[in-house]
Design a protein around this ligand. Structure first.
Ligand code: RIB
Length: 297
């Protein structure tokens, strides 16, 4: 089971606050923590912890943070030969998390912005061997488009997690196996807040199937001939950071393993929910045995 993640790697600077600040408001934080993150890196580590063989294609700065993050990914067992070191500083994210576990995230892409077509071609053998390729939008959109083209050339399955959301060019939709927006992202991309309408809009554009992640309301799946509303697992959430990332990784792992669709969605809901019970991004990602235990409860 080979999963390739093409995407971002960041250092996260997180503040735990009672409530998220209003525009123009200054507030005091209760705690501050620094931890590895980045949607791409979180997805890679999540898939590895769930039992997949994972290659990551990405970019880090040559700075000490870049070295620290590479070491972390190596330690987790993610194959990092597809991660280049560049002169631009490593990407980072400023995160605030409130009492309910909800967050706001601002990403400075830094080295992630150096991910280009050439680097994909240099790693074409990794792409060619993937069972599933997971992409997000914290690297240049031009590179994501080329990655989709290359994946399609080799008939590889693509999961596109369209975060951070933006209006997407027409050429991006066709051939995507699964697109996984949350409600906000779906609205930005499709122009409608209606989940069913938004999912239909994406299918009409050529996406094979859509999973809308709904936070503590579970998830909604739609393809041409199937529709599933999957109920959530109830947990005490303290930080939702990286829950979407682990959800995406879990979908890829479960489908790679041949789980039926409803079981795959259930599994991904469990993985996402568990992620919210710990502080931070990468550190909060659950291991395979923890998820199995949790699902038995
Ligand atoms: O999805 C969570 C991630 O988004 C954080 O780790 C942060 O780095 C941003 O990429």
């Amino acid at each position: 089971m080979k999963i390739v993640v093409i995407g971002s790697i960041n250092m996260d600077y997180s503040l735990k606050v009672k409530k998220l600040p209003e525009k123009g408001e200054t507030i005091l934080a209760d705690s501050f923590y620094t931890a590895p993150g980045g949607k791409g890196a979180n997805q890679a580590v999540a898939a590895k912890r769930l039992g997949a063989e994972v290659n990551m294609i990405g970019a880090l700065g040559k700075d000490s943070i870049g070295k620290e993050l590479r070491k972390k990914l190596d330690k987790e067992g993610v194959i990092t030969s597809g991660i280049k070191s560049v002169g631009t500083p490593t990407g980072n994210a400023m995160i605030t998390v409130d009492n309910t576990g909800s967050n706001t995230i601002v990403v400075y892409p830094g080295a992630n912005g150096e991910m280009n077509e050439d680097w994909l071609w240099k790693n074409i053998n990794i792409i060619e061997e993937a069972d599933y390729i997971i992409l997000q939008l914290e690297i240049p959109i031009k590179t994501v488009i080329v990655a989709i083209k290359l994946a399609k050339r080799f008939n590889r399955k693509i999961i596109l997690n369209p975060a951070p959301a933006q209006v997407l060019p027409e050429e991006m939709f066709k051939g995507i196996h699964i697109m996984t927006p949350n409600e906000t992202e779906l609205a930005v991309i499709t122009g409608t807040k209606d989940i069913k309408e938004g999912a239909k809009w994406l299918l009409n554009k050529g996406v094979n199937s859509v999973i809308v992640t709904l936070g503590d309301k579970g998830c909604y799946f739609k393809s041409k001939d199937q529709e599933i509303q999957m109920e959530p697992y109830k947990v005490d959430s303290i930080d939702s950071t990286a829950a979407g990332d682990s959800f995406n990784a879990a979908v890829a792992v479960a489908l790679c393993e041949g789980k039926p669709l409803d079981k795959a969605l259930q599994y991904a809901n469990a993985v996402g929910a568990l992620t919210t019970t710990q502080l931070g991004a990468m550190e909060a990602l659950p291991y395979r045995d923890e998820v199995e235990e949790f699902q038995k409860m």
